[in-house]
Ligand binder design. Structure first.
Ligand code: ADP
Length: 421
């Protein structure tokens, strides 16, 4: 029995550090400990501004949660984590507790090197830093989060769980761009994919919903949040995904264009006189649904469509058209599909998007049950017609649980996995 097992360390703090935000969850990975493994959840936003805000919710498990809020300047991530630790301590969940087994960090870019969750050492951190040029928006914030947590609990294993890891199984035929190989390799230009933690979780959960092992099923996962990506998962292994070198490629998203002829960027520079930074901002922040109709929230778009708004209608149609193309493409890549799974904000909540995305695909075995599709639920569920050859599933994603589970399994290898699906 190792030292951690002796002190029954079963809690994992999951940190998701953005450039000006820190999202966190504290989970207890003991099997059957409670209905839900979540002990507390929270968010610090606008770090570095005068108007920072911390919202903390302890979860007692009996539904009597009371949110606590702090406002006022929080200068940096170290102060943010200190404030989080204080809130947790108030609930008897202090981060100095021997029950804490590990801190799990979401790290966006792990390149090709990190194919699995990894205990963070100086060498690992140096490699994550080397990847900053391919993830300039995300990896620096993740590194800050890691350093901050290391300072708080230097004795504790810190585990990096990479957004790219699940996609490292993609064959070269899917991962390489058709550009000069030497140039690509010199600059590590290839398709990495993102949202991997979600694609991993949802594809496994979908298999469980079908009563099968992940190795027995082929699943198309559609992660439709503000960022959106599709993946083709064959027998539990990712064989293609829609995001590429960066999270800009692929589906139409809230503010990102997704796939676009690269020559559009030359045109914007040469003809429209835009700078590279302007074009970056246009395609990442002012495109997608917001660029098409001014709104990136699918609820608002649905409301406007209901009022006969033509721009909102067109934005919806373009969004769905791209989605449908990816379903078709990944059907062809997989050859046989057992399920199409919708997840994240839009995928879990928008019955119209699900209905439109699979409409007309009956010949491929995809038929929705219109009533099941409109039922609202937080549970993973099937929404396909009973006779349909291919299941259509709605699976709420849970990236924090997946990160906690992967981190916990890594630091307590002899401990059986925590709460099962
Ligand atoms: P992210 O984590 O990428 O920020 P989420 O997965 O939380 O995003 O998804 C956010 C999006 O989900 C919102 O912008 C909105 O378009 C969509 N969404 C959330 N709730 C609903 C709903 N009830 N109906 C339709 N769309 C919704």
């Amino acid at each position: 029995m190792n030292a951690r097992a002796a002190t029954a360390a079963t809690r994992v703090l999951v940190l998701n550090s953005g450039s000006s935000s820190l999202k966190y969850q504290l989970l207890d990975m003991r099997e059957g400990a409670r209905n839900s493994p979540r002990l507390a959840v929270g968010l610090v936003e606008r770090i570095g501004e005068e108007t920072s805000r911390l919202v903390h919710t302890p979860l007692t498990g009996d539904g009597s949660e009371v949110k606590r809020e702090r406002t006022g300047p929080i200068a940096d991530h170290a102060s943010a984590l200190k404030a989080v630790a204080e809130e947790l301590a108030q609930d008897g969940l202090g981060l100095d507790s021997p029950e804490l087994a590990a801190i799990g960090h979401r790290v966006v870019h792990g390149g090709l090197r990190f194919t699995a969750p990894t205990v963070i050492t100086d060498e690992v951190l140096a490699e994550v830093e080397r990847l900053v040029p391919v993830a300039p928006l995300h990896n620096p914030a993740n590194i800050t989060g890691i350093r901050t947590a290391q300072a708080l609990r230097p004795d504790l294993p810190q585990v990096a769980v990479f957004d790219t890891a699940f996609h490292t199984t993609m064959p070269e035929s899917a991962a390489r761009y058709a550009i000069d190989v030497e140039t690509a390799d010199a600059h590590r230009i290839r398709r990495y994919g993102f949202h991997g933690t979600s694609h991993a979780y949802v594809s496994r959960k979908t298999a469980a919903l079908l009563g099968k092992a992940p190795s027995e099923v082929n699943v198309i996962v559609l992660h439709l949040g503000n960022g959106a990506s599709a993946s083709a998962v064959a027998g539990g292994r990712c064989v293609d995904t829609s995001m590429g070198l960066t999270p800009l490629e692929g589906l139409v998203m809230g503010t990102r264009s997704g796939d676009i002829d690269p020559a559009v960027t030359f045109h914007l520079k040469r003809v429209a006189g835009m700078s590279v930074d302007d074009i970056d901002e246009l395609l990442n922040k002012k495109s997608g649904l917001v660029g098409l109709c001014g709104d990136n929230d699918m609820r608002e778009i649905a409301r406007r469509i209901g009022e006969g708004d033509e721009r909102a209608r067109l934005a919806f149609d373009i969004y769905v058209h791209r989605l449908k193309k990816y379903i078709g493409a990944y059907y062809a890549v997989l050859g046989r599909v057992d399920a199409v799974a919708f997840t994240a904000g839009v995928g879990e909540n928008s019955a119209p998007v699900r209905a439109a995305a699979v409409a007309g695909l009956e010949e491929l075995g995809l038929t929705l049950d219109p009533e099941l599709n409109t039922v609202r639920s937080d549970e993973a569920r099937l929404v396909s017609a009973a006779h349909a050859r291919v299941a259509v599933a709605v699976v709420p994603t849970d990236e924090e649980w997946e990160i906690a589970q992967q981190a916990f399994a890594l630091v307590t290898p002899t401990t059986p996995p925590g709460p099962a699906f």
